[in-house]
Write a protein that binds this ligand. Structure first.
Ligand code: PLP
Length: 447
């Protein structure tokens, strides 16, 4: 409507006047105004309708404005908006019960945070106190959050300007066969060599100094590298062997994104601590947390845990989590993601790879897919250099938006990460737009 468009113009004007944006040079951005969203669609400030293939920052796993979750937030707001963390509250208790029931093994207690970064930070703090050790191992090509320790645990270029050498984090290489650091030719070789490398790092850094190994179960923003068979079990075995706490970062991969409740469920691996956020309530109200194993919990039975947050277990966020988890289960969203992922997305992306010379590799699982774009399939030179964009990638993204699709792009990759409850029709429509966008990418391939 005209009123929505006028409100959108005003929002953009005030944004430019007063809002400071994350990760950006403030004069080099021009934010897209979003005036409304519903299900898998949103409307921008010019009245264009866009199919959301990004789920924002891969968090709206149930789509936008799910009526059951909106109603649960409204009901909770009418009842009790907020309460201090030291009190017990029904919304928080029920959210904790549901989450403890879904997480694997004996991860039966939940510490709630405001988001993913603080979940990662608290998981590391718990691991350090539990082990009495300080160092943390984390993978290159990873993202763990924007706060000081979490950004230093991160293995992407955003860490570098934040690295003062004081974090105690040591990075290692996780498996990535397409760009193998181990000169592997097969998945079996990649697994074996990546595990040998990890054990070497543990020994060379001194196992007795290492509190935790932090690992995204399927690295997300860094490129959706589904670990090859045997890797996760190997990580679990090595961490157990050396008394290192294994922290699974399931902030992006968790809550159905991979077609199972948690990505570790694909390999029947039980970590010592599991960090979650995003999909727990699709981000309708900020929420994250750490699921804690029995052994770590025991450390804090008699000894106080030195950490907390004013909004830990916020009732609005927890009521949203309860409604989200119930809606996901009742409406079969995880089954939908697993089914459409294999039946629709995988064959469509494999077909793109066969027809478009700009596609170097496609990979993924569930509703969690990456298209790796290259200038040259022989050398695998990326279509944008690591850590930045390029004219080619900008053109591909612009084409998508002009044609009604909001993609998730990172460096030389497009990620296909829509809501888990997307309809087959919407999914096919978005994939058809992507197919045409790849024609644009093909134009930048070295002849
Ligand atoms: N861990 C992973 C795997 C993530 O993808 C993210 C966010 O993208 C985070 C942690 C940080 O979460 P937040 O932005 O809620 O602090």
């Amino acid at each position: 409507t005209e009123a929505e468009l006028a409100a959108g113009r005003r929002a953009h004007e005030l944004d430019r006047a007063h809002v400071f944006h994350s990760w950006s040079a403030q004069d080099k951005i021009n934010p897209m105004t979003v005036v409304k969203a519903e299900g898998t669609r949103l409307w921008d400030g010019e009245g264009r309708r866009l199919l959301d293939f990004s789920s924002q920052l891969v968090n709206t796993n149930i789509g936008h404005q799910h009526p059951k979750v909106v109603a649960a937030i409204q009901e909770q707001a009418g009842k009790l908006c907020t309460i201090a963390p030291q009190h017990a509250n029904d919304a928080r208790s029920e959210a904790a019960r549901l989450i403890a029931g879904l997480t694997p093994g004996d991860l039966d207690h939940v510490f709630f945070t405001n988001g993913g970064a603080d979940a990662v930070e608290h998981a590391i703090r718990m691991a350090r106190l539990h082990t009495g050790r300080k160092k943390v191992l984390s993978a290159y090509r990873s993202y763990h959050g924007g706060t000081h320790l979490a950004i230093n645990a991160t293995g992407d270029p955003r860490r570098i300007p934040n690295d003062y050498g004081d974090s105690g984090v040591v990075h290692f290489f996780a498996p990535f066969l397409y760009r193998s650091y181990f000169h592997a030719a097969t998945e079996a070789e990649e697994t074996e060599r990546a595990l040998r490398h990890l054990e070497d790092v543990i020994q060379l850094e001194g196992a007795a100094n290492i509190a935790a190994l932090l690992l995204e179960s399927v690295p997300g923003t860094a490129g959706i590298m589904v670990p090859p068979a045997g890797y996760m079990a190997g990580v679990r075995e090595l961490t157990r062997k050396y008394g290192i706490m294994y922290i699974a970062d399931e902030v992006m991969a968790g809550f159905g994104r991979t077609g199972k409740w948690f990505a570790v469920d694909h390999w029947d691996v039980v970590p010592d601590l599991l960090a979650f956020a995003k999909g727990v309530n699709s981000g309708y109200v900020p929420l994250g947390g750490v699921a804690i194993s029995g052994a770590v919990f025991d450390t804090f039975r008699e000894r106080a845990y030195p950490g907390g947050l004013t909004y830990s277990g916020h009732p609005l966020a927890c009521a949203a989590a309860v409604a989200t988890i119930n809606a996901m289960a009742d409406e079969g969203m995880i089954e939908n993601a697993a089914d459409l992922g294999e039946r629709v997305v995988r064959p469509a992306l494999e077909d793109f790879a066969a027809r478009h010379p700009s596609v170097g590799e496609v990979r993924g699982v569930g509703m969690f897919w990456a298209i790796e774009l290259v200038k040259d399939r022989g050398t695998r030179e990326p279509l944008a250099p690591y850590g930045s964009s390029s004219q080619a990638m900008d053109a591909v993204v612009a084409f998508c938006k002009e044609n009604g699709l909001l993609p998730f792009a990172n460096f030389n990759r497009l990620h296909v990460v829509p809501a888990l409850n997307i309809s087959e029709e919407d999914l096919r429509e978005g994939l058809a737009i992507l197919d045409r966008a790849l024609d644009v990418a093909d134009g930048f391939v070295d002849a």
